[in-house]
Write a protein that binds this ligand. Sequence first.
Ligand code: VG1
Ligand code: CO
Length: 543
Amino acid sequence: MATHSVATTPFPDQQPGTAGLRRKVTVFQQEHYLANFLQAILDCAGDLRGRSLVAGGDGRYFNREALQIAAELAAGNGVDRLIVGQGGLLSTPAASLLIGHREAAGGLLLTASHNPGGPDGDFGIKFNTASGGQASERLTAEIFDTSRHMERYFVADIGQVDFDTPGERRYGPLTVEIVDPVADYATVMQGLFDFDRIGALLRTGEFRMRFDALHAATGPYARTILEDMLGAPEGTVVNGEPLEDFGGGHPDPNPVDAASLVAFMSADGAADFAAASDGDGDRNMILGRGLVVSPGDSLAILAAHATRIPGYADGLAGVARSMPTSRAIDRVAERLDIPCFETPTGWRFFSNLLEHGHITLCGEESFGTSSNHAREKDGLWAVLFWLDLQAATGRDVVSLVRGHWADYGRNVFCRHDYFIPDAQQGRDIFEALEKSVPSLARKSVGLGVTGADIFSYRDPIDDSVSDHQGVRVMLEDGSRIVYRLSGTGTAGATLRIYLERIMTGSGDMTASAASLTGPLGHIARDLTTLVESAGLAAPTGVI
Ligand code: VG1
Ligand code: CO
């Protein structure tokens, strides 16, 4: 079979964001667009001749076409073996695990995560390295730089690849191996959690749970693990069929996009426990009766009780959170006397800490939590952790959360998103805010500003420095406001404002986070030029 070089011209816009390159499907469908970017990855990934790559995606529209192109390029670049989830499906955490277990040189993860799908929706690609973790900032910059000079890519004429029939087949120089996307992942989960204990809880019939897969990648994983292996009644998993357009919704497990699950948990006949995951299965939302657990609280509670879980019975080496994530975990780390790291937004910043044994658990405010079992965040892992914790303690979610607040105080957390249609205007507003940092302490905002800075991170392992990772403002009552621009959108700009307020003592802590942080939200807005420049007096999204 012939391998040849295809002449192309570079696209100037292939700079990855917070987690890979995300663009409209129509952008990816342009001739050469995907092939150019894949070749840039393959050029930067080291010597791939004779090596394996893992490939799979969240099943969104264009997944299969993209996989075919990826197989042709892999063959053209001397890759020996492509390991693909059946039907082209692999959740992000499952792909990360598979890379490690199969000692692959890396993985091509076809996903735009929580972004909408379908012909008018988004598509995306992430490259994960041999560790299973996302490409570092340095490698990402190299890939972008290479893409800007791309003049050729290499393909082999391998014909149409069968992505559905399990087993190995040879396509010219390339072996394609179609694997069960769930099996390997499920085995890892069995090793971490007490499946007998969880099974006993789920089989009683007294404890009821609902898992909403939002028609995305986690459906098959949740059905196999929760219903087939753990014995939860059929129907526990809802919206479990992956669809190319996720049924028209945003596959984002948050109270806005998964509003029907929140409503179900607040109504008569609610289950005892509910959860949801996102497009590619790496996010999680945890709910008790009438309560959505704030992701920062979830991380803190899992850490505080970790030794009750078999996989973490020996305790935690350390923990980490992304900078905007609430500081609830810091209090737990202090009490456990273990290190707590604060990293920029994006899972790739946890990789080195996990790889070198500095941390065991980590999380982000955007409904992402995971541990050293993988190099990605892991939605179903968090759900199983919460299930096992409930089985071990005999306490439900509400009791665990309220108990935690009573013990440590509550870090009330809320995110206000301001969508600015004109991306340049968004960047200008953020730049003006950064420039105002030195003078913020002199502003009159109702509460005294005790400090403000632009977050910069030095990786303790490789000493790389990442600047301009968001603006932090500290207030005299211990509250904190954080600002940053989203790096996952495909249109306009989204300014994210993260609000955190500390409540301790005997006051009523049970009011909603949105209401408790409302006044802080006004202060946060008024420290920016959102109103003057964009006419935005209220957030376009409150999460
Ligand atoms: C968002 C979240 C961030 C997360 C990233 C990727 O990024 O805020 O915490 O790591 O999505 O998650 P941004 O730049 O839009 O704020 V996923 O599940 O979309 O891969
Ligand atoms: Co995701």
